[in-house]
Design a protein around this ligand. Sequence first.
Ligand code: GDP
Ligand code: IMO
Ligand code: MG
Length: 422
Amino acid sequence: MPTTCVVGILWGDEGKGKVIDYLAADTDFVVRFGGGHNAGHTLVLPSGKLVLHLVPSGIVHPHTVNVIGNGVVVDPLHLCDEVAGLHERGMQVELGRNLLISERAHVILAAHRRQDEWAEKVRGSGRIGTTGRGIGPAYSDRCARVGLRMGDLCRPEALKNALTALAEQKNALFGPAGIEPLDCEQMLKELLAAGEKLKPGIVDTGAVLRQARRDDKRVLLEGAQGCLLDLEHGTYPFVTSSHASTGGAFSGTGMPPHEMKTVGIVKAYATRVGEGPFPTELHDEVGEKIRAAGNEYGSTTGRPRRCGWFDAVAVRYSGEVSGADELVLTCFDVLRGFPLKLATGYRLPNGDVTTALPAFDLERVEPQFVELPGFDEDISAVRVFDDLPANAKAYVQAIEEHTGLRVGTISVGPGRDQVIQR
Ligand code: GDP
Ligand code: IMO
Ligand code: MG
């Protein structure tokens, strides 16, 4: 099947960047379909670590065309910096050749960053713990039909008019709310300068991708965030503002729905960064030990990630919602020396036990665990499933049994080659 969609299964940071880089070696196009620079996708290459935020994770492969789809919200100033950073590393990034940006993708403005910060302050103890990148307000403006699109950066007169109208509208609200007013002239200057740099890459990416489909090209759809951060299917309101699950893959690219393979990425334990319910979270020193062993700090904000046990209830749910054909299990090496626990059900406040993920009061469920014996061996050099310790194999089999999903690939280290194919 020429199209593969890669999605995060829980709350992001499952190792999508590593998996996409690995798969991109055999791919013609890698397409980001949602989110913005709230994402941080880590690649550990022979030349060192690379964290990508907006640029798709196929960029290291010289033959692969990387596309920022229409479903992404783009901060043009950030994108210019990210591309410049890649050039500084000596990477070949050529706008219009191996990096394309949808002219329909919406723009994140300074206004959105200020609104994001302000909304978090107002929420107080109910804050979402956003990345502060302006993601929610940019998507809100898209829905309210007042947003700017990347193609506008190449139309100076239209940009000036749209920006003036938007700034007028925003400033009328910003003043009373105590938000610093927008300097329209400064914004226009910055956006035009960014537009000048990005222009060669700003195209109708939907048309490019539909043609790629007609030509039977191999397309890899790169999800950002994870199914439980999906605006519709996640742990609302503690979610991001885009369709992070497979549902966003078609609307966010302009490719019509068609048959594809969906791969769900999930860690061998669970992490979350930001606020919101997390049933299997560890609040003790075991959680801290997992954080230390897995170096669990946000790739975008550096915040410590909350850590907990594998949650088969949540994974089964996300597997169904995303239509995942199989799982890639990452960070298995991190669990060396830990007990292997997985939640197989939730006890609800009324005493019933369920295997379904409730839409409400998730913070009130009590996970029901099964515990398996752990392994003490270093598995980071293992490349064949049968060479894993017996306890490690039994854990993988338990995950398959309790999630109903096949584990097709296991990642045993951050490096490109640290992969076990089954
Ligand atoms: P993404 O947002 O899903 O791309 O994931 P992030 O890059 O934010 O976070 C995943 C982290 O785990 C990164 O630091 C990766 O280098 C690292 N990683 C990925 N796979 C493995 C693995 O199998 N083992 C270990 N130890 N680290 C991994
Ligand atoms: P990748 O693609 C982990 C979280 C934030 C916050 C919530 C809303 O690297 O997996 P936002 O700024 O999007 O409005 O924040 O979503 N979040 C992520 N957590 N990985 C990400 O991306 C995330 N993108 C957003 O921490 O809880
Ligand atoms: Mg990440």
